[in-house]
Design a protein around this ligand. Sequence first.
Ligand SMILES: [Zn+2]
Length: 245
Amino acid sequence: MDSRLKTIYMQEELSFLHVLMDSADFNDFLTRFYLCERVSVWEARIISETRELRIELKKKREDLEAKRSQQKALLKRLDKKKRELDKKFKEAKGLLSAVEKDLRNAPRVTSRTIKGVKISCFPVARPYAYSDTWLAPRRGHRHQGCDVFAARGTPCYACVSGRVRTGYGRNAGKTIYLYGDSGDLFYYMHLNGYAVTSGHVEAGQVIGYVGDSGNARGGACHLHFEVHPDGGRAINPYPILRSIE
Ligand SMILES: [Zn+2]
């Protein structure tokens, strides 16, 4: 467009003379002269306007390019931010699910009193299985506790707050004696290992792990749990366990 206008402008003198020379008479000449002048003024204005438009267009294009590159940089920054937030969100989700798992696994600590024995927490973490085998015949004696079956290593919780002491017996295996603050005594037998070996514990605290030590060796892992009110003779733990489940 620009080069076309330039060409017309440069050839203007020629066509101007040509148009004048073709005049029929002096009146016609004057009319043509006047028209040519008008045309050249109009052309000059068009050329100058076109130049201005071109400059304006160039500037607008430059502005647009600058804006586009700014937007590109902004998009890049936003993308980076989004990735960071995604990462943080994933971490937070992981933390939340870990907390939820802890909460699900945490023992429910409350308080029940059955047959004069206060108990605050079931002694084994889920999942477990047990039944009433109180006084069931065993080799040389009758069953003095309740067997709570669970996988090896399942946490055993202090069923009340109190002091713990460990012991080992050929039949009992690794054992924890829990002397409740209320005066009642609880036995945890056939443990796989201890989490606490002495001192005071809170109800719900992990004190040991289910196993098959002692004469339970070779059988299914379980906790042999006994309840001795005021440290005396054992009573059936089954209804006490049922009350705290
Ligand atoms: Zn038993």
